[in-house]
Design a protein around this ligand. Structure first.
Ligand code: 13P
Ligand code: SF4
Length: 305
């Protein structure tokens, strides 16, 4: 089937199934193009909770589809490639986190949404890269267990020196692929371009950043900051919408190694097959779902700006 026919059939199947197609900002260009909504992991899960469609096709990775299933238990949540996981989310287990809680019984557990449902179920409150500082500041606790991303945890800790942080030593391999040398080289070649970095990057790379923010924050920044050129320090999929929304601006990826192989798994063929067969369905056992939902709901209750 050629690509145009495939796209037409996907749209037709989505209508027949009463399905909403969600795509994360790191997905392949053609998946972002065909999706109903593109966005960051939490924003998309909230769209899933809000929709009146029967089926949600989550083009992203496993923990994101789980978050949608946690927030929208009455919907059918599909992840077109069941093998699209997240190495960082898999660097922690519920059992490991329980052991850490025993070591620091007075600590409040804050987990990045890039974690499994089982980890969220052991968590007091979730956060995203967009609201992590605010979430931690909202807590009375003097001691924080931050999981699973050590880089986001260390970044957040720098804003709240009055609290003690115990960091789980997880990380995103794709963001840690970005090296100081890559950033220095890009900056030397484009001295007029601000370097914007995701907090999942290493502390050494973050030290070189002109601005640090989540993927949703990056779109906002490049849309409004008065520069015609930007050096981007996050997964390459973000360039698709940046370039589309800002045709007069130039975006330089700080390193070609900024790619998440899991985020690139879903093809148009996979999306088509998923809509046709209504598989693979992602579900979360009810006992885990309700506890995980509590930690997500607590985060959603933290007032925004
Ligand atoms: P978000 O902006 O969606 O949190 O992106 C970070 C990320 O690595 C998702 O996998
Ligand atoms: Fe996980 Fe990193 Fe890929 Fe995001 S970019 S899904 S954190 S491995």
């Amino acid at each position: 089937m050629n690509q145009e026919t495939l796209k037409q059939e996907i749209r037709q199947l989505a209508a027949e199934r009463n399905a909403l197609i969600l795509a994360h900002n790191y997905q392949r260009d053609e998946i972002q193009e065909i999706a109903d909504i593109t966005g960051d992991s939490l924003g998309l899960s909230m769209e899933a909770a809000r929709t009146d469609k029967d089926v949600i096709v989550f083009c992203g990775v496993h923990f994101m589809a789980e978050s949608a299933a946690i927030l929208a238990p009455d919907k059918t949540v599909l992840l077109p490639r069941a093998d699209a996981g997240c190495p960082m989310a898999d660097m922690i287990t519920a059992e490991g986190l329980r052991k850490m809680k025993q070591r620091f019984p007075d600590a409040t557990v804050v987990s990045y949404v890039n974690s499994t449902a089982a980890t969220k179920a052991e968590t007091d409150i979730c956060c995203t890269s967009a609201n992590a500082v605010k979430v931690v500041k909202s807590l009375d606790a003097k001691e924080i267990i931050f999981a699973p991303d050590r880089n986001l945890g260390r970044y957040v800790a720098s804003f709240v020196p009055e609290k003690t942080f115990h960091l789980w030593q997880g990380f995103c391999p794709s963001h840690e692929n970005l090296l100081v040398e890559d950033v220095k080289k890009a900056k030397a070649e484009h001295p007029d371009a601000p370097f914007i970095a995701h907090p999942e990057c290493s502390p050494e790379v973050l030290e070189l950043a002109d601005h640090i923010c989540s993927t949703s924050g990056m779109y906002e920044y490049v849309n409004t900051f008065p520069s015609k050129k930007f050096i981007i320090g996050t997964e390459m999929g973000i360039l698709y919408r940046m370039r589309k929304e800002n045709p007069d601006k130039e975006f330089i990826l700080a390193s070609e190694a900024l790619i998440c192989p899991n985020m690139k798994l879903i093809s148009l063929e996979d999306l088509h097959a998923s809509l046709k067969t209504l598989t693979p369905v992602i579900t979360v056992p009810e006992e885990i779902r309700t506890r995980a939902k509590t930690s997500l709901d607590r985060m959603l209750d933290v007032p925004r700006d």
